[in-house]
Structures are given as structure tokens and as C-alpha cells.
Design a binder for this molecule. Structure first.
Ligand code: ATP
Length: 233
């Protein structure tokens, strides 16, 4: 569904992605794990089209994506839930969800909203309240629900567990795992390597702008290098 070959990106004169190769198959949950500053967010921003690419190719559903503008990528089925959630705190929960569907003007938007409320009942309870009043976990659910309102076939998730209490982290990873049953393909970027690998099919390890290891999630969790560096074992 999504493939990346030799992807490079820079901030000014400093290159931070040095030729990334990865792929995500239809229906898979694939994770990219790595420490703070490894380049994971930059990678996702290149995929969603908000960060310039200085080399390499991105292909999505068989078509080149590298020079397609960000809003068209959403139309093609690629949506991002950004790091730090970036919800609109002064708008209500429902208004935030409607913004996720801004490219649609059809009857299905109402049904999509009902589906979002079925998935996250707390958002239905708080639909008329300002999103800024939600807890961190609820805001993360809203960010995911808002991205789903764009009807993506592939969802890019940037650190959904960041800053959440352990019980909420488990809930969020459950939500991500369940996206699979909705037919949504997921590329999940995480510092929480154990949580991410526990729900993923495959994973990549990123270090200072390079992919240094890849494999099935099961193999990566068992790999002594990963256990020492990322799982604290
Ligand atoms: P985090 O988990 O903290 O988001 P990350 O793995 O997502 O880390 P990036 O945010 O992609 O990493 O950062 C990769 C590198 O690019 C880091 O060295 C970072 O300092 C640098 N960087 C990120 N954003 C900018 C920017 N706007 N201008 C200059 N350098 C940047």
C-alpha cells in the first residue's frame, strides 16, 4: 500500500533522514520505533506532505506521491494524526471531528461521526464541550477519531501514547489494534517500543535518520539488541 525508497529530508543544511526504505502492506500495522530525535516525526511529515523531501520516492496505492500536495494526499486516503495531538482546543469535540471530514460534503459524514462515537463513547458524551477540557487520553482519542473522519485507507500515527498514564497508554494501543478490524492500514511511530511492537505485525528501528533493524514484531521483541536498547531488559 505504502512504500518508501531512499527517502531523504533536511532542515536547512542539515540532513536528518539519510535514505529511508520501508513498506506497509494493506491491512498491516507497521511501527517505526526509535529514540527521541531519531527522525520519526520527520518521516511521517514527509509522508503526509508537510515536510519537503530532498531525495527518494514515496509510492501510495501504486502511484507516486512524492510531489503530491498534502491536501491531495488526504483525498487519496492517507491521513495523519500528528504528534502532540494538535486538536483545536477552543472548538467543541464535534467541531473538531467535522474538521477531519472537511474534504467531504455528503450524507456519510453524519454516519462517520456516529461510528466515531461508537468507537469512543466518551466523545459522544462530550460532543458539545470545548475539546480543550478533555483529558490527555481523551484528546488523543479525539485526534485519532478526527483523522478517521477523513476515511483514510492508511493512517499515520505519531506517538499516540506520548504523555499518557500507563492505563491510558494500554487503551490507546488497544484502539490502534482495533483499527485493523475496520480495514485501516496503520503506520505507527513510537518511542514506546514495547507497546508498539506488541500490537504491530512488523517493525523498523530508526536511529539518527537511518533504519538499523527491521523484522516481524515478534522477532524484534525477542531480539537482544532491541531488548537492551529499547525495552530496558
Ligand atoms: P521525537 O520523538 O522527539 O519527535 P523524532 O524521532 O520524531 O523525535 P524528529 O522530530 O523527526 O525526531 O527530529 C529528527 C532530527 O531533526 C532531530 O535531530 C531534531 O533536532 C531535528 N529537527 C526536528 N525538527 C526540526 C526543525 N524544525 N528544525 C531543525 N531541526 C529539526
Amino acid at each position: 500500500m505504502l512504500s518508501v525508497e531512499g527517502l531523504r529530508s533536511r532542515y536547512g543544511r542539515i540532513e536528518v533522514l539519510h535514505g529511508i526504505d520501508l513498506s506497509v502492506g494493506s491491512g498491516e500495522i507497521v511501527t517505526v520505533v526509535g529514540a527521541n530525535g531519531a527522525g520519526k516525526t520527520t518521516l511521517l511529515r514527509c509522508l503526509s506532505g508537510v515536510q519537503p523531501v530532498s531525495g527518494g520516492q514515496i509510492t501510495f496505492r501504486g502511484e507516486p506521491l512524492t510531489s503530491v500536495p498534502a491536501f491531495r494526499r488526504i483525498q487519496r486516503g492517507l491521513a495523519q494524526s500528528p504528534e502532540g495531538r494538535q486538536i483545536f482546543t477552543n472548538l467543541t469535540v464535534e467541531e473538531n471531528l467535522r474538521l477531519g471530514a472537511f474534504i467531504y460534503d455528503d450524507d456519510r459524514v453524519g454516519q462517520d461521526m456516529q461510528d466515531a462515537f461508537a468507537m469512543f463513547p466518551i466523545l459522544r458524551d462530550k460532543r458539545d464541550l470545548p475539546a480543550g477540557g478533555l483529558s490527555g487520553g481523551q484528546q488523543q482519542m479525539l485526534a485519532i477519531a478526527r483523522a478517521l473522519m477523513g476515511r483514510p485507507s492508511c493512517l499515520l500515527l505519531d506517538e499516540p501514547s506520548m504523555g499518557l498514564a500507563p492505563i491510558l497508554v494500554a487503551q490507546i494501543f488497544d484502539v490502534v489494534k482495533n483499527l485493523k478490524s475496520l480495514g485501516v492500514t496503520v503506520l505507527l511511530v513510537e518511542q514506546n517500543a514495547f507497546g508498539a511492537l506488541s500490537i504491530a505485525d512488523r517493525g523498523y528501528v530508526m536511529e539518527t535518520g537511518h533504519i538499523t533493524l527491521s523484522g516481524t514484531a515478534e522477532d524484534l521483541i525477542a531480539d537482544p539488541r532491541i531488548r537492551e536498547a529499547y525495552l530496558g531488559v
